[in-house]
Design a protein around this ligand. Structure first.
Ligand SMILES: [Zn+2]
Length: 351
């Protein structure tokens, strides 16, 4: 029994990693399957009763340990273990006496609670997923998974408060963005738009392809201490897999047509991609007239927090309407990783 349990939980753990990896650097079709697996377990094992549950487990484990294992295993395997466990005492004992009946009910309830507690404890230990608050929050990312240690120990992490850069003539950014069909997904951490192939960014002689873009509220990066209403991260990748992320800061103002097209196509369900058959996006609309920028080396701002990411933060913000911010706010009130230490990194800025 124990082994079966371990195997299924291992599966979950791996699923969680796949999802996390998929979020920042690139689109991934496998993300949707993994995420629904994680979600199912969370649903099956209700949360927020940690202390009383642990107590109940201690009292009950001695007698019903075997039953628990059976019930738990069946439950995680999608069976009806819970039914077997609670059904045994109730109806059979009810006719004898009133006190007998209530004792039966009490015992059954106790067993049920114990089974739930055990299931929760196990699921809890293995499947705390990263998020922006509570137990899975940024201060704990490094401890959630052995693949996330960089979130804690990294010395070139993002985001940062961008200030004190050297003012120089930076190489121009060459955007060759093509209009494209797109797919929108709510991946549980942000709204992400997967973009068609062929849109390129050339900087410092290196060519990167745009893979996806996504949103944070408020902006993750600060500029001289200032936080913006939101930010769009345009994630690019070169042929060797190096990442270059262009950040377009968003501040309150006029409605943004491209963002509106994305919002119009928001998926009704998490982890299910919406691919509008006719709507297309032209990402050039998101780029400001002035392409001067600030740049530094950093990391993904979500687990696994991998480093070696070239950050390019455009100085001129784009506009987004208060109504459009309100729409995103309904889905994600705060999905910004806190500011990380600069650790003496060089920041360059267009003068
Ligand atoms: Zn981002």
């Amino acid at each position: 029994m124990k082994n079966i349990l371990k195997i299924s939980l291992m599966g979950l753990l791996i699923s969680g990693q796949t999802l996390a990896l998929a979020n920042e650097p690139a689109a991934s079709a496998s993300a949707s399957a993994s995420a629904s697996a994680t979600k199912e377990v969370k649903k099956a094992v209700p949360g927020k009763v940690e202390e009383p549950a642990a107590l109940a487990t201690k009292k009950a484990t001695a007698n019903v340990d075997d039953d628990l294992r059976k019930a738990l295993t069946a439950r995680l395997a999608g069976g009806s273990g819970e039914m077997t466990l609670t059904g045994s005492g109730l109806d059979a004992k009810a006719p004898t006496t009133v006190s007998g009946a209530s004792a039966g009910v009490a015992a059954a309830a106790k067993r049920k609670a114990a089974a739930q507690a055990e299931a929760e404890k196990m699921a809890h230990a293995h499947s705390v997923h990263w998020s922006y608050e509570g137990e899975g929050g940024p201060e704990n990312w490094g401890k959630l998974n052995k693949d996330y240690t960089m979130c804690e120990s990294g010395k070139r992490q993002s985001p940062i408060d961008i200030r004190g850069g050297i003012n120089v003539d930076l190489p121009a950014l060459k955007f060759n963005y093509l209009p494209s069909l797109f797919r929108v997904v709510d991946n549980g951490h942000t709204i992400q738009v997967n973009y068609g192939e062929g849109s390129m960014l050339t900087v410092q002689g290196r060519q990167y392809q745009l893979v996806q873009f996504h949103f944070h509220k408020p902006s993750e990066e600060r500029v001289n201490g200032r936080v913006y209403d939101m930010v769009v991260h345009l994630v690019h990748k070169d042929e060797q897999g190096h990442l270059a992320v262009v950040a377009v800061l968003l501040e309150k103002g006029a409605e943004h047509p491209l963002i509106q097209t994305v919002w119009n196509n928001l998926p009704l369900e998490r982890n299910e991609e919406v691919s509008p058959p006719e709507a297309a996006l032209d990402l050039n609309q998101l780029l400001p007239d002035n392409l001067s920028y600030m740049t530094y080396m950093g990391s993904l701002t979500t687990p696994p927090c991998s480093e070696g990411v070239m950050w390019i933060v455009l100085k001129q913000p784009a506009k987004i309407s208060p109504e459009q911010i309100a729409v995103f706010n309904r889905l994600y009130k705060n999905n910004a990783r806190p500011i990380q230490r600069v650790e003496g990194r060089l920041i360059k800025e267009s003068r």
